[in-house]
Design a protein. Structure first.
Length: 197
């Protein structure tokens, strides 16, 4: 990723598409699939920005509230077998938790099960869990909260204007210890490897 501003431009376009297509006149399977696909693309773009030091510490610390449902019983949930998530997860007793942005993205990118839920004529939430989590938890993500979280990464305020790093002998590479953004004080020029990204 040479220059992240181009990624942010594309991310903003995808998020605008998601906002414009969240409400529908008539439900169709194609519209649902396209909506899910755009969510996955947005999640992948954001994870890519996070995995390279292309977002500042303020953006990196973002999280969102979700509901999670505990796996019940010994029978594993399988996408090709019989049954539905409500038969394997305690859907009557949701727990309110907070997931980091990276965890949210990973649940969507590595989903084992994804189901978008509607209220009236709009996509309101999604039930999702990754292959890794399918024996533990199912997560319900509100679409409004998800788009709000993702929007922050499309904004230029999430970019990195300077970093501080230290040499890690085990990794034989520099490890970023601080990523500054446009809103951070530029007066901190402490010791360490600094560069613009």
């Amino acid at each position: 990723m040479i220059e992240s501003r181009y990624w942010r431009t594309e991310l903003r376009a995808d998020l605008n598409w998601l906002k414009n297509h969240r409400t529908y006149r008539r439900w169709s399977e194609k519209q649902l699939v396209l909506f899910e696909r755009k969510l996955m693309l947005a999640a992948f773009q954001i994870r890519s920005l996070l995995e390279r030091p292309k977002v500042n510490d303020c953006a990196r610390s973002r999280s969102m509230p979700v509901l999670r449902y505990k796996k019940i019983g010994n029978r594993p949930f399988t996408a090709t077998g019989s049954g539905w998530p409500h038969e394997c997860f305690d859907m009557g007793n949701p727990e309110s938790v907070t997931l980091s942005t990276l965890d949210v993205c990973n649940q969507i990118i590595h989903y084992y099960w994804m189901q978008t839920l509607s209220e009236g004529r709009s996509f309101a939430s999604m039930l999702v869990f990754s292959d890794y989590k399918r024996h533990k938890w199912a997560y319900e993500l509100r679409i409004e909260d998800l788009l709000h979280l993702f929007q922050f990464f499309g904004d230029e305020s999430s970019c990195v204007t300077g970093i501080e790093s230290r040499w890690d002998e085990d990794k034989q590479d520099f490890v970023v210890t601080k990523s500054q953004g446009p809103g951070d004080s530029s007066a901190t020029h402490s010791a360490g490897h600094r560069k613009q990204v």
